[in-house]
Ligand binder design. Structure first.
Ligand SMILES: [Zn+2]
Length: 246
């Protein structure tokens, strides 16, 4: 092999290595773009969640108010009945009261106490819900403002990321054009199988082993890559093998 040919082949490996680097950057950019898009989704989801909670609380408050109204009406009746029984008891001595009236008076007193307790609990819950509703309303008022800020920030970040992506794609195309046609086809085929989790289609040879999958490579294959600078694939993981010194 003459020097020029060797340089050219060495160039192929260098180009491949650069290509892999650009691809990794593209994955990083893609991830960053995804993260930016998620930021807006998150705030929209938060808004939806708050609106749903607000709606639930408002419904609950309506029910509580209705319960309070009913209970107050009930209480009025109990007070009136208690009052009339009380007046009845004033005009007669308690010992002369009919058993029936005595027991009713005792029962009504218990009911009045219970109603007062229930009312107290309901009023407390009403107050808490009103407090929560006003807090949620405030949060919901602020969300469009912070969303606007985040939206502007996301737009700026995305513009930069798209620019970087464009530059990387351009660089990728330039590098790709430098490759000999069979290597181009091979690279395209391997790239198509790659994912964010497994973005590497190159692997270096380290002491007769594939660096990525650690499979031992036979001497002949190692020689083809290291000495004759041929583009060969690892027999185990199918990645393009780079000479150890590239
Ligand atoms: Zn391998």
């Amino acid at each position: 092999m003459n020097i020029i040919q060797e340089d050219k082949d060495k160039e192929v490996f260098h180009t491949l290595k650069e290509l892999q680097k650009v691809d990794l950057q593209l994955y990083t950019i893609k991830e960053a773009i995804h993260n930016q898009e998620e930021r807006l989704k998150k705030i929209d989801l938060l808004k939806e969640k708050h609106e749903e909670n607000l709606h639930l609380l408002q419904e609950k408050l309506k029910e509580t108010k209705l319960l309070i109204t009913n209970l107050e009406a009930e209480q009025e009746k109990l007070y009136a009945r208690k009052q009339s029984l009380h007046e009845h008891s004033l005009s007669n001595s308690y010992s002369n009261l009919e058993e029936k009236i005595k027991s009713e008076l005792e029962k009504i007193t218990i009911q009045v106490n219970e109603a007062e307790n229930d009312l107290f609990v309901l009023l407390e819950s009403q107050e808490k819900d009103e407090q929560k509703i006003s807090e949620l309303k405030n949060i919901l008022l602020e969300i469009p403002l912070s969303r606007k800020e985040i939206e502007d920030d996301v737009k700026n970040e995305l513009a930069q990321l798209y620019k970087q992506e464009e530059q990387n794609r351009h660089r990728f195309d330039l590098l790709f054009q430098d490759l000999p046609s069979p290597t181009q086809n091979l690279t395209s085929r391997l790239r198509a199988k790659m994912s964010v989790k497994n973005p590497y289609y190159l692997s270096s040879i380290r002491e007769f082993q594939c660096e990525r999958c650690h499979m031992s490579l036979n001497r002949q294959l190692t020689q083809q890559v290291e000495k004759t600078r041929e583009v060969q694939l690892c027999t185990s993981c199918n990645r393009i093998l780079l000479p150890h010194n590239v």
